[in-house]
Ligand binder design. Structure first.
Ligand SMILES: Nc1nc2c(c(=O)[nH]1)N[C@H]1C(S)=C(S)[C@@H](COP(=O)(O)O)O[C@H]1N2
Ligand SMILES: [Mo]
Length: 327
């Protein structure tokens, strides 16, 4: 079994009841909650699967995090059904449908490059490497939608310290899983696959950078990056590589999928840093405002905050840098 439920603290113990019920409310909001739950339990498996994707397992012993926002979490249904995961299709609804049978066990993450102690981690090792925290983060996609997610994981720095980066390690490159047999949509995605991302070493060491193994008190659904992904809350969503298989420490800025991408007329559209910044627009749209998923059909866009509101913890890493040039 991939996941061991190591405690008896349930999600309901650490999370308000209303949030815990979010997924069912989203799916069946028109019905009363009790009726909805009763109906949910009767749904044939294929119907339930069509909406939620894989069947995540509960994760116990979650420690609350001082880095959590007090904002209300987005109902899980949105976070599980409106995704970017180009390996499983480019439409937001594709990953929840196409990743259903994605095989994520057994799984290993290889950590290599400029480190004194390169090694492979099994998923069991990753799950036990540090206490699992629930971190409620704002999460901002470059396409102007945003969500608030109770992610589960711990600071990536815990893993980085174990492998002991050498003095030559200045950047960290992340590589996502790619299997053309399981991900036949990837070849038509129009971007470089395997999905490559990267951070500067200090960004990767920042306590906010999360090695993420779950959300909403359960393991990650396939479409959200099972079994392990990165979450970088002050950057646009594309920096958060899903379904990680390789972490490589390198001397110079690594090539990434989106800074290699060329849009209309051969124009670059995405930079390496990708810090959330309301003052630097995307070539095709303004980045000044965002739409909170789950806010209802008539909700107004809300102003986007510099560094997605995490400036106190991260702004000093960019002191003296021109963030229009290094966007
Ligand atoms: N491997 C991989 N990782 C990926 C992507 C992808 O297409 N492939 N999309 C990125 C983008 S653009 C966003 S906004 C987030 C979305 O994460 P979510 O679906 O869990 O909200 O995943 C990021 N990580
Ligand atoms: Mo995104």
């Amino acid at each position: 079994m991939l996941i061991q439920n190591r405690g008896d603290l349930t999600y309901a113990d650490v999370t308000p009841r209303g949030l815990y019920m979010g997924r069912r409310n989203f799916l069946l909001g028109a019905l009363g909650t009790y009726g909805a739950v009763a109906l949910w339990k009767r749904l044939p498996g294929w119907m339930a699967g069509a909406v939620t994707g894989s069947v995540p397992r509960p994760l116990g012993n979650l420690v609350p995090s001082p880095f959590s926002t007090t904002e209300t979490a987005t109902p899980a249904g949105y976070v599980e059904s409106y995704n970017n995961f180009y390996e499983f299709g480019t439409d937001k609804a594709d990953p929840s449908r196409n990743a259903k049978n994605f095989v994520t066990s057994p799984w290993t993450v290889s950590v290599e490059g400029e480190v004194a102690k390169p090694r492979q981690f099994s998923m069991d090792e990753i799950l036990k490497l540090a206490p699992l925290e629930e971190r409620i983060y704002r999460h901002r996609c470059v396409e102007t939608w945003s969500i608030v997610v109770p992610w589960i994981g711990y600071s990536l720095s815990n893993l980085i310290k174990l492998v002991e980066p050498t003095s030559k390690a200045k950047y960290v490159a992340f590589e996502s899983y790619y299997d053309p047999r399981q991900m036949p949509w990837a070849s038509k995605a129009g971007i470089q696959i395997p999905y490559l991302e990267g951070l500067r070493l200090d960004e990767a060491m920042n306590p906010l950078t999360l090695l993420c193994v779950g959300m909403y008190a359960e393991t990650l659904p396939n479409q959200d990056g099972a079994p392990v992904r990165i979450v970088v809350p002050w950057k646009y969503g594309f920096k958060s590589a899903k379904s990680l298989v390789k972490i490589r420490f390198v001397k110079s800025e690594p090539l990434t999928t989106w800074d290699m991408f060329r849009g209309f007329g051969g124009m670059p559209e995405y930079g390496f840093y990708a810090n959330v910044n309301p003052h630097v627009d995307h070539p095709r749209w303004s980045q000044a405002k965002e739409h909170r998923l789950g806010g209802g059909l008539f909700a107004r866009p809300i102003p986007t905050l510099m560094f997605n509101g995490y400036g106190d913890q991260v702004a000093s890493m960019y002191a003296g840098m021109d963030l229009r040039k290094y966007f």
